[in-house]
Design a protein. Structure first.
Length: 419
C-alpha cells in the first residue's frame, strides 16, 4: 500500500485510496488509514505557523492540517477556504449549563453555514482526483448546500436527494442557488439515503454522504482546530449533536490520532446528543449497543432527523475509545437551549443546541461536574432554519415586531417602557 489506504473497520481488509468504494466486501464501513506513527512525525508548531500565512490552503481550518488529511498536491485542493471558526465563551451560557469553563466552537461560520464544508472540501477534492463526472448526496439540507457549493467550484455536476417537504426553505434556497439538481424524494431522509446509495451504484455517480471515508477526514479537523484554539490543551468533554453520526466518528478518529501524535496528553470524553424523536443511537447506548436501533425519526431539529444513521459502527467505537456517553434531549429542551444561545448573541440552528441542552442535562445528572472543562460544538448557522426562529412552538415574536407610522412620535410610543 501507499502512504494512505482504505481499511475495513471490521475485517481490516485494505484497498487503494483511489478505488471508488464506501464499504468493504464484508459490508462494514471503511476508514482512510496511514502508517503507524505518522502523526508523531507531524509537529503542532507546523500547524501553528500556518496561522500567520496568507495562502488560502494554510488559512483553511482543514488543509492547515493537510499532511494528516489527504495526500494531494496543494494545487489540486478544492477549498473556499473553510474552517477557521471561532471559539466563544459567554458567562450567561456557563450559568445556564451549570458548568465553568464552557466554550462553543461555532461551525456555522463555515462558508455555507455548517460543519459540512470541512468534509466536503476533502470529498470533492477526492472526486476531482478520481475524475468523477457527478457527485450526489442525500440530505436534510446542510450536506446538500455544501455539496452544491463545492461542486460548483470544482465544475462538477451536483445532484441532491432531499425528503420532499422536509427541508427548510433556507437550506433549499442555498442548494438551488449553487446550481444543484434537487430530487425531492417522497419519504424521509432514510428513504432518500437508501435511494441515493442505489442510484450512485447503478449510474456511476460519486457518493458524498458521510459513509464516504474522505468526508470523515475533513470533519475530524473540527477537533484539531478546537485543540489548536486552546493551545493544544485538551478539555474534559466535547459535546456535539448526533444525527447520521459522521461527526461522532470523525471526532473519535481525530482524538485517537492526536494522542498517538503526542499533540495532546489525554483524550477528552465525547458526549453525543440526540433529539428524543430521533434517538436510535441513544437507545443503543442505553443497552450497551446490544441492538442496532432503527426508527421513524421526528424532531424539530431537521439536521438530525435521522432514524438509521449510516456511521453507527464507527461512532460506537468513538464512544468506547473516549469513554464517552450518548444522551438525548426533547425538542422543548433543545429549543430552550437554542434560545439561550441566540440571546447570548451567538445563534445556531436547532440541531446545534442539542450540545448545550445535553451538557445541561448531563450536569444535572452528575455525569458532568460543575468544574469540568467543556466545549460544545455548534454545527449550523442561525439562519439555516429561520422558520424555527419565527414560528417554533412556545415562541412569540409579536412583541419584537411592531409596525409604526413614519414619525418620531410613533417611534417614541413603540419604545415606551423599553429603554
Amino acid at each position: 500500500m501507499t502512504a494512505e489506504w482504505l481499511e475495513c473497520i471490521a475485517c481490516h481488509a485494505q484497498f487503494a485510496s483511489t478505488e471508488v468504494r464506501y464499504t468493504c466486501d464484508c459490508g462494514a464501513l471503511l476508514s482512510l488509514e496511514r502508517p503507524a506513527g505518522f502523526a508523531a512525525k507531524l509537529a503542532t508548531r507546523t500547524f501553528d505557523a500556518r496561522l500567520a500565512s496568507r495562502d488560502d490552503v494554510d488559512r483553511s481550518g482543514v488543509w492547515r492540517f493537510r499532511e494528516a488529511v489527504l495526500d494531494v498536491p496543494t494545487s489540486a485542493i478544492v477549498s473556499h477556504p473553510e474552517g477557521a471558526t471561532r471559539l466563544y465563551r459567554r458567562p450567561s451560557l456557563s450559568a445556564y449549563a451549570g458548568v465553568e469553563p464552557l466554550a462553543f466552537k461555532h461551525e456555522g461560520e463555515n462558508p455555507t453555514g455548517s460543519f459540512k464544508d470541512r468534509g466536503m472540501t476533502v470529498a470533492v477534492t477526492q472526486a476531482v482526483r478520481l475524475g468523477e463526472r457527478a457527485v450526489a448526496c442525500a440530505s436534510t439540507g446542510n450536506t446538500s448546500s455544501s455539496l452544491a457549493a463545492y461542486a460548483a467550484q470544482a465544475g462538477t455536476r451536483a445532484i441532491v436527494f432531499v425528503p420532499a417537504g422536509k427541508i427548510s426553505l433556507g437550506k433549499l434556497a442555498q442548494t438551488l442557488a449553487y446550481g444543484a439538481l434537487c430530487l425531492n424524494v417522497r419519504g424521509d431522509f432514510d428513504a432518500a439515503m437508501r435511494l441515493v446509495n442505489k442510484a450512485c451504484a447503478k449510474l456511476d455517480i460519486y457518493l458524498l454522504n458521510s459513509i464516504n471515508p474522505f468526508r470523515i477526514e475533513g470533519q475530524k479537523t473540527i477537533v484539531w482546530e478546537l485543540l489548536q484554539d486552546r493551545g493544544w490543551r485538551a478539555p474534559d468533554w466535547i459535546a456535539l449533536p448526533a444525527g447520521n453520526l459522521g461527526n461522532t466518528s470523525a471526532f473519535g478518529k481525530a482524538l485517537r490520532e492526536a494522542l498517538e501524535g503526542g499533540w495532546i496528553d489525554r483524550v477528552p470524553r465525547i458526549a453525543a446528543i440526540q433529539a428524543s424523536g430521533a434517538n436510535p443511537f441513544s437507545r443503543g447506548f442505553a443497552e450497551d449497543f446490544r441492538t442496532r436501533h432503527r426508527m421513524k425519526a421526528e424532531t424539530i431539529a431537521s439536521a438530525i432527523r435521522i432514524g438509521d444513521p449510516v456511521s453507527w459502527d464507527k461512532a460506537r467505537a468513538a464512544i468506547a475509545e473516549t469513554h464517552g456517553v450518548v444522551g438525548e434531549v426533547t425538542d422543548a429542551e433543545l429549543l430552550e437551549a437554542k434560545r439561550a444561545i441566540d440571546e447570548a448573541g451567538i445563534g445556531c440552528e436547532p440541531a446545534s443546541a442539542c450540545s448545550l441542552a445535553g451538557v445541561r442535562k448531563l450536569r444535572a445528572a452528575g455525569t458532568i461536574r460543575p468544574s469540568d472543562d467543556v466545549v460544545c460544538v455548534l454545527t449550523g448557522h442561525v439562519l439555516k432554519d429561520p422558520d424555527v426562529v419565527l414560528h417554533a412552538p412556545g415562541i412569540d415574536r409579536s412583541s419584537q415586531t411592531i409596525e409604526i407610522d413614519p414619525t418620531v412620535a410613533a417611534v417614541e410610543a413603540a419604545l415606551a417602557n423599553r429603554l
